[in-house]
Design a protein around this ligand. Sequence first.
Ligand SMILES: [Zn+2]
Length: 150
Amino acid sequence: MTKEELKQKPAPFLSQSSDNSSKNQFNQRYGARLTPEQFHIMREGGTETPFSGKYWDEHTKGMYKCAACGQELFSSETKFDSGTGWPSFTEPANLKNIELREDLSGGMKRTEVICKRCGSHLGHVFDDGSTDRGGKRYCINSACLNLEKK
Ligand SMILES: [Zn+2]
């Protein structure tokens, strides 16, 4: 093989693993720039370590949007300190923007919260919220949210 022939070989980065290509396809479709951690949580149903995310102790007013597609998900008006180490909300900003799905993984019966626009996993909703505020606790991973401050 001559030097010229070697130069014409495709660069190694063009041959992607299937994982990378599904990540790239998703990022391209929604203009998302997910970190490996965000991709794991949002596209593979992962969970961030409690008290580790950027929003569990956040008190700034604003709108929490989907970190992948920018859909409006939760208002700071409904955020409360649940003591769990994850951002917690009493209700979504708009029920039409989320999808709820039964999740039986991990030997538990839970309700998964999903962004309706891009289908990303956000967290779970539980029925142990404050009864005078609807009784729901939306337990959402910080990594799935982007706070747009008011
Ligand atoms: Zn989304």
